[in-house]
Write a protein that binds this ligand. Structure first.
Ligand code: ZN
Length: 258
């Protein structure tokens, strides 16, 4: 099933829905608890899709693909390398990625995202599927110059609009071997399978939950493959996860919108 958050207009209430081809049905209840599915009668192209969750935190993986670590001359870490993005960075499908004036090098990072369904701590490998609601598409937008200038990554990874998520949550994906693709203005930048991940989904959820409680709606970004590159004013960046969907966002210089 594909689960999405949407509204019919800027003044309309935000609703949960489920997708049947190009039609949306209302989800009565919460995808994190009990719900009933209504008949799918709303045209997908008549609504505004929102980021599919409002996470309490976004836990991210650094250097989780060998070829990406090698791009920056690094080895892959012995244990998963974690960092956080703030919830204020989240934007939805079609929303604009704003290039902050403090950076001269903002880059895309195409990533598969895990959406947590049930609260958990010390989640054992056998229980992981009970705690995962599904998967969505993410772009771990990064101010690369600031990431390298600072000793840690909060500033470089944490600007508003630096975490596009969407367009929906796919609950039936097997994440072991799906293609992660990034296009900028229609030109291929990144393409690799999740089978190349150093630490797969089955290990990540247990590892992260041994550190912090995972809450319903929390998001885990599973790392980016090789091929990261710059975004400039006027670009359109498109990230696709095979079996989930495509997340498209325009890119603008923040100063132009002041
Ligand atoms: Zn990343």
């Amino acid at each position: 099933m594909r689960i999405l958050r949407f509204r019919k207009g800027p003044e309309s209430p935000v609703m949960w829905g489920w997708l049947a081809e190009d039609r949306i049905g209302l989800l009565d209840g919460s995808p994190f608890a009990e719900f009933r599915r209504g008949e799918a009668h709303i045209a997908l192209d008549s609504v505004e899709l929102l980021a599919p969750v409002q996470p309490s935190k976004i836990v991210c993986l650094g250097k989780n693909y060998i070829a990406h670590a090698a791009e920056f001359g690094s080895e892959v870490p012995e244990l998963p390398l974690l960092f956080l993005k703030p919830p204020s960075a989240v934007i939805g499908p079609g929303e604009t990625i704003l290039l902050p004036p403090q950076s001269e090098r903002v880059e895309h990072e195409a990533e598969m995202a895990i959406i947590i369904g049930q609260r958990g701590r010390w989640i054992s490998p056998g229980d992981i599927s009970e705690h995962i609601l599904g998967y969505t598409v993410a772009n771990d937008v990064t101010a690369r110059d600031l990431q390298f200038k600072d000793d840690q990554w909060t500033r470089g990874k944490g600007f508003d609009t630096f975490c596009p998520l969407g367009p929906w949550i796919e609950t039936e994906l097997d994440p072991a071997d799906v293609m992660v693709t990034c296009l900028v203005n229609g030109q291929l930048r990144q393409m690799a399978s999740t089978r190349d991940m150093v630490f797969p989904v089955t290990q990540l959820v247990g590892f992260i939950s041994s550190v912090m409680t995972l809450e319903p709606g929390d998001v885990i970004l599973t790392g980016t493959p090789a091929g990261v590159g710059p975004l400039v004013d006027g670009d359109e960046v498109s990230v696709e996860i095979e079996g989930v969907g495509t997340l498209i966002n325009p890119v603008r210089a923040a100063t132009r919108l002041r």
